[in-house]
Design a protein around this ligand. Structure first.
Ligand SMILES: CC(C)(COP(=O)(O)OP(=O)(O)OC[C@H]1O[C@@H](n2cnc3c(N)ncnc32)[C@H](O)[C@@H]1OP(=O)(O)O)[C@@H](O)C(=O)NCCC(=O)NCCS
Length: 162
């Protein structure tokens, strides 16, 4: 398994990962809408023998510090529970760090994402329509976020989500 930056030619395969992984087209369409927005900062694919088996995207968002939103992430069903998503997430975090980003927000199950350092507690003082038990944030520049409260806004493409 390898992780690499997505190429233009990967786009249809990436869309397919999300169509197969989620119950409807929402996430696949989100990926396309984020590209159309010009909001994409990181888009990585996991490959096995040159086939794309997983994908993660991070987009620029409004926050009181330099923040990305991690979404979506998916791995093809037959390749799950082998740590592929974990490697995609760690690679995205490393790339965000190397590009000077200060934090990453995401929405997801804390039981999974806490292992990477994402914290619900650190996200509680950020106002967002997504605020609640699934909103998490990871400080990537230092141990503590540069600013610990404020309003956050995901890229415009997220507005289409119901
Ligand atoms: C979530 C997902 C990306 C994980 O991919 P993966 O490559 O199997 O992940 P890893 O192998 O790194 O980790 C597997 C762990 O994730 C857990 N897990 C799988 N799906 C999960 C989910 N939706 N929420 C929380 N935990 C989940 C597994 O139980 C396993 O836990 P364990 O390590 O404690 O045993 C994959 O299951 C997927 O594509 N699901 C459908 C799309 C989706 O729900 N994306 C996430 C939206 S937040």
């Amino acid at each position: 398994m390898m992780i690499r930056i997505e190429d233009f030619a990967d786009r249809q395969n990436v869309r397919n990962i999300h169509l197969v992984s989620f119950s409807d087209e929402t996430e696949a369409n989100l990926v396309d809408a984020l590209r159309a927005d010009g909001s994409v900062e990181i888009s990585l694919v996991a490959t096995v023998e040159d086939d794309i088996v997983g994908h993660v995207m991070c987009s620029r968002m409004q926050a009181p510090f330099r923040a990305l939103g991690l979404a979506p992430i998916a791995v093809l069903p037959e390749f799950r529970n082998q740590g592929i998503a974990a490697q995609l997430i760690r690679a995205a975090i490393d790339m965000a760090k190397s590009k000077g980003w200060e934090g990453i927000f995401l929405l997801g199950d804390p039981a999974y994402y806490q292992r990477f350092g994402f914290s619900v507690t650190d996200a509680v003082n950020f106002q967002s329509p997504y605020a609640g038990p699934y909103l998490m944030v990871l400080s990537i520049k230092g141990d503590v976020l540069p600013v610990q409260s404020g309003v956050i806004e995901y890229a415009p493409a997220f507005d289409q989500l119901g």
